[in-house]
Design a protein around this ligand. Structure first.
Ligand SMILES: Cc1cc2nc3c(=O)[nH]c(=O)nc-3n(C[C@H](O)[C@H](O)[C@H](O)COP(=O)(O)O)c2cc1C
Length: 296
């Protein structure tokens, strides 16, 4: 299995992308939906260049002579179709593709990126405050909507969250209209007319393109959860109050229908955000000793 994986991972074919979960000819790539093609590019750059490069940089393993050839084919097709190349995720792909080309040319490559440094005590106080003071808020000040510039900061925080295989599967639907918000079900009565709802979804096509819907489908939900957590933390830092709202299948189906969302957009959770009116007593967690289950 590992050998097969290695072999396919670094396929020398310049006319097809072949890997464990499928195969795309150049013609397939030329006809592929740009959302899917971009996901394939990002995944191929991540798995066949970024991840492969570490052992080569440390000298543990020699870089594959054809490193990045599959990603290079996808990139070539992307550009030949006249699709945009300037956006940061594509520029990132370009950077790694350039590195792979240098590796293929036999160059000993170094990546000079700054390493993480421990935060100062003052910075740590802020981090601690953010993590331990955030709480779920379930009632908001009436007639006081979250302004767009704050909403954008919250969405940006969701965008910054980690994502599996660099596939960027998460999508957001922002609902400001209280009438539409009423479609959401929650076990706790939520005054929807006082908050803005952010529906955190994923685009199923992205995983289907690279076969991860069969291999690691749960990662789509985990990506949404990571985004949700980032957003709630940012809301708290902005002096707003947010809460996760469980999204049942029934809610999701009603939502999809009423909002006319495409079939491939699936909802994972909803985050409600507004100006806090009532703060609950901050809930406390289990002691760490009860959470670390292999403690001696
Ligand atoms: C996956 C998930 C689903 C949740 N669903 C709801 C929900 O439907 N309604 C609600 O009021 N709170 C919901 N919450 C918030 C939790 O109740 C809350 O995080 C927990 O009680 C801890 O309180 P705290 O967030 O104030 O620390 C959810 C949280 C998570 C992580």
């Amino acid at each position: 299995m590992t050998e097969k994986f290695d072999e396919l991972h670094q396929s020398q074919d310049t006319e097809a992308v072949r890997w464990l979960y499928g195969e795309y000819s150049r013609k397939d790539l030329e006809g592929m939906d740009p959302v899917c093609l971009r996901a394939l590019l990002r995944e191929r750059v991540h798995h066949t260049i970024e991840v492969e490069l570490y052992p080569a940089l440390t000298g543990e393993k020699q870089a594959h002579a054809k490193m990045g050839s599959q990603a290079a084919l996808v990139w070539e097709v992307w550009r030949s179709r006249g699709l945009p190349t300037e956006e940061p995720d594509l520029q990132w792909c370009q950077q790694y593709l350039d590195i792979a080309a240098r590796v293929r040319a036999g160059e000993k490559v170094q990546i000079n990126q700054p390493l993480p440094e421990p935060f100062s005590n003052q910075e740590m106080d802020v981090v601690r405050k953010l993590m331990w003071e955030r709480r779920s808020i379930r009632d908001w000040v009436p007639n006081k909507r979250v302004p767009d510039e704050l909403l954008e900061k919250i969405l940006e925080a969701g965008r910054a969250a980690p994502n599996a295989c660099n596939l960027c599967v998460v999508r957001f639907v922002v609902i400001k209209d209280p009438k539409q918000q009423k479609m959401v079900w929650s076990d706790i009565p939520t005054p929807y007319d006082r908050c803005t709802l952010i529906v955190i979804c994923y685009d199923r096509r992205v995983y289907e393109t690279v076969g991860h819907d069969r291999l690691v489908p749960h990662n789509m939900l985990l990506d949404c959860a990571a985004a949700g957590d980032h957003m709630c933390l940012m809301a708290h830092a902005l002096g707003l109050g947010a809460v996760w709202l469980t999204c049942t299948e029934k809610t999701a189906a009603t939502f999809k229908k009423k909002l006319g969302l495409p079939d491939y957009i699936e909802q994972a959770l909803h985050v409600a955000v507004g100006y806090p009116a009532i703060a609950s007593i901050k809930s406390r967690r289990l002691p760490l000793k009860d959470m670390v289950i292999n403690q001696e």
